[in-house]
Design a protein around this ligand. Structure first.
Ligand SMILES: *[C@@H]1O[C@H](CO)[C@@H](O)[C@H](O)[C@H]1NC(C)=O
Ligand SMILES: *[C@@H]1O[C@H](CO)[C@@H](O)[C@H](O)[C@H]1NC(C)=O
Ligand SMILES: *[C@@H]1O[C@H](CO)[C@@H](O)[C@H](O)[C@H]1NC(C)=O
Ligand SMILES: *[C@@H]1O[C@H](CO)[C@@H](O)[C@H](O)[C@H]1NC(C)=O
Ligand SMILES: *[C@@H]1O[C@H](CO)[C@@H](O)[C@H](O)[C@H]1NC(C)=O
Ligand SMILES: *[C@@H]1O[C@H](CO)[C@@H](O)[C@H](O)[C@H]1NC(C)=O
Ligand SMILES: *[C@@H]1O[C@H](CO)[C@@H](O)[C@H](O)[C@H]1NC(C)=O
Ligand SMILES: *[C@@H]1O[C@H](CO)[C@@H](O)[C@H](O)[C@H]1NC(C)=O
Length: 497
């Protein structure tokens, strides 16, 4: 079935780039923005300007639900078992030597730059980037040192490292990007046909959830969404989740306040999107610019009595927003095919008239976005994606304020989470997430002492209240297991299933 869509690629590619100029690309990447808990609610302009004026993806997933590996997948077009960035530490490959020496030089920005694109980066890069150098592939670079911050941060701004105290980071990024777009377009207008690739990664909605002062309290009456799984411990889940006790009221209040603050931080991002669209519109560049909006992973707040984090194989954590506006994309296109962050690099390269390098595990989905002469979308295809995660937890992640032992290899155990640990060495898993015609499922295998299994039928059980892994027919389970094993070892074309 996939063969058909692949056959369609060359002719549609020819159509898309029939003109003599290549499109511009603007990519906006948020941090920890969920879809399941209405994370797009504050993004009114974004939904209007990108989703309703273009394509809304209903089944977009992160390949690994934590920042650094997800960003590495987006930039490299590879699954984590191939790019080797497994967690947020340098020892786990986050901005490690393999990434810097081998992968960065052949990642998306470097390829686009090589093919004549004027490239620009602003915002959070890899969590362990500390301003050592401007990574290859970027003509202009404004990369944040370390993990998400809203104030009091350092940026590597091209040749120098600059510290900022009281300047709200999202607003600074909005200004830097608007300024670049204006210059890049002017340059283009002056006869030089160089297209641009601009990527901006604001800190929202990541911890410490600090809204811009003008947005403080906007959502003061909101509470975290009470899904059926909210503060509902479940015995049928893997060890870490199963061992979560009921959350006390104090922690519920903390969850509610984080929920509100997360939404408030996103309002500045929504303004940024509106500003950047306006800049493109004013310079008559909106029609030849693809604008992509997505997040590195989702987030949970209270589900199965897990306080606030990502790292779990549930829809809250793995589902991400994906909205795309651009040339040839009909307004209000609703895309149901499952796509992953690993598909972005191949798709952006297709727009730039560059074929997918064999080492990329993703698949271009740009053919899903084009319509025929009657405005009918080119079609959708059934797809299975890999979700993989390596639990964090070693002796250094031990928190003496909590009543656990340093030998447990637990992580993210904090007082504001009532010492519910949100990660552990054995929260390590691989899942196959399938979206097919009559099949919307996830099947997961944990690498723990129990070889624990979880599976859910998302059509019947969207909140994942009932683990059906042990009810599957043995033959069905064996088939899932084989397919999953293949995926965890796949590379390039063998990842297309
Ligand atoms: C796209 O690539 C093809 C094949 O290399 C080339 O003939 C064509 O001119 C390119 N189009 C643009 C717009 O660069
Ligand atoms: C700014 O961050 C540094 C460490 O990065 C910290 O030592 C300092 O106290 C912070 N200042 C403020 C005003 O938060
Ligand atoms: C961004 O630019 C606007 C308009 O030029 C200016 O008023 C504002 O102070 C700038 N904000 C930041 C954070 O640089
Ligand atoms: C916790 O909150 C619930 C609902 O608001 C309330 O019924 C209950 O009494 C509270 N428990 C404690 C220990 O305060
Ligand atoms: C672009 O600008 C024109 C003219 O000012 C306006 O009518 C139109 O609504 C704008 N489009 C967008 C998407 O902002
Ligand atoms: C990150 O991954 C590395 C390599 O697998 C591992 O040694 C390290 O303990 C991990 N970090 C954490 C915090 O678990
Ligand atoms: C997971 O790790 C914890 C802490 O080290 C341990 O107590 C527990 O038995 C392990 N569970 C499984 C299923 O591996
Ligand atoms: C696993 O991969 C092998 C080799 O590519 C293939 O022959 C086999 O059919 C695959 N199995 C499943 C269940 O997908």
């Amino acid at each position: 079935m996939i063969g058909l869509s692949l056959l369609l690629v060359p002719c549609i590619l020819a159509l898309l780039v029939a003109g003599d100029k290549l499109p511009n690309i603007l990519l906006i990447l948020t941090d920890d923005q969920d879809v399941e808990l209405r994370g797009m609610f504050p993004m009114e302009d974004t939904v209007q300007l990108l989703g309703l004026a273009g394509a809304l993806f209903h089944n977009a997933f992160t390949p690994t639900p934590v920042c650094c590996p997800a960003r590495a997948s987006l930039l490299s077009g590879m699954y984590a078992h191939n790019h080797g960035t497994r967690n947020n530490s340098v020892s786990g490959g986050c901005y490690g030597t393999h990434w810097r020496r081998v992968l960065e030089p052949r990642a998306l920005p470097a390829i686009l730059q090589h093919h004549g694109y004027n490239t620009f980066y602003a915002g959070k890069y890899m969590n362990d980037y500390k301003g050592q150098e401007v990574p290859p592939g970027w003509n202009e670079f404004h990369g944040l040192h370390g993990n998400s911050r809203y104030y009091n941060y350092t940026l590597r701004e091209n040749a120098e490292n600059v510290h900022y105290g009281a300047t709200y980071l999202t607003d600074l990024l909005s200004n830097r990007t608007a300024d670049f777009l204006k210059r890049a377009i002017q340059q283009k207008g002056s006869g030089d046909q160089q297209p641009f690739f601009a990527m901006v990664a604001p800190p929202a909605a990541h911890q410490p959830f600090t809204p811009a002062p003008r947005h403080e309290g906007v959502f003061s009456k909101k509470k975290a969404v009470r899904t059926p799984s909210f503060n509902h411990p479940k015995e049928d889940k893997h060890w870490l989740v199963r061992s979560s006790r009921l959350l006390p009221n104090e922690t519920i209040s903390t969850i509610d306040s984080y929920f509100r603050m997360r939404w408030e931080t996103l309002l500045a991002v929504d303004e940024m999107v509106a500003t950047l669209v306006a800049v493109l519109n004013e310079s008559q560049s909106l029609d030849d610019t693809y604008i992509v909006y997505t997040s590195d992973n989702g987030y949970h707040l209270g589900q199965f009595a897990q306080p606030f984090d990502k790292r779990q194989p549930y829809e809250t954590d793995i589902r991400i927003p994906l909205l795309i506006r651009g040339p040839g994309i009909a307004p209000e296109s609703h895309i149901h095919t499952a796509v992953s962050l690993v598909d972005l690099a191949p798709t952006l390269l297709a727009w730039a008239n560059v074929s997918t390098p064999a080492y990329m595990d993703g698949q271009s989905f740009h053919e899903l976005l084009s319509t025929d002469s009657d405005g009918v979308p080119a079609g959708s295809f059934p797809r299975s994606l890999l979700i993989e995660y390596w639990g964090e937890g070693n002796r250094n992640t031990y928190n003496p304020e909590c009543p656990w032992s340093e030998w447990d290899n637990l992580a993210q155990c904090t007082l504001d989470a009532d010492c519910h640990c949100q990660d552990a060495w054995n929260n390590t898993y691989a899942c196959i997430r399938s979206v097919r015609q009559r099949d919307d499922r996830i099947y997961c295998e944990f690498r723990d002492y129990e070889n624990f299994l979880e599976a859910y039928d998302l059509q019947l059980d969207p909140h994942q209240m009932t683990n059906i892994a042990y009810d599957l027919l043995p033959i069905e389970r064996a088939l899932y297991s084989l397919r999953l094993k293949n995926l965890t070892q796949c590379s390039g074309h063998s990842c297309f299933v």
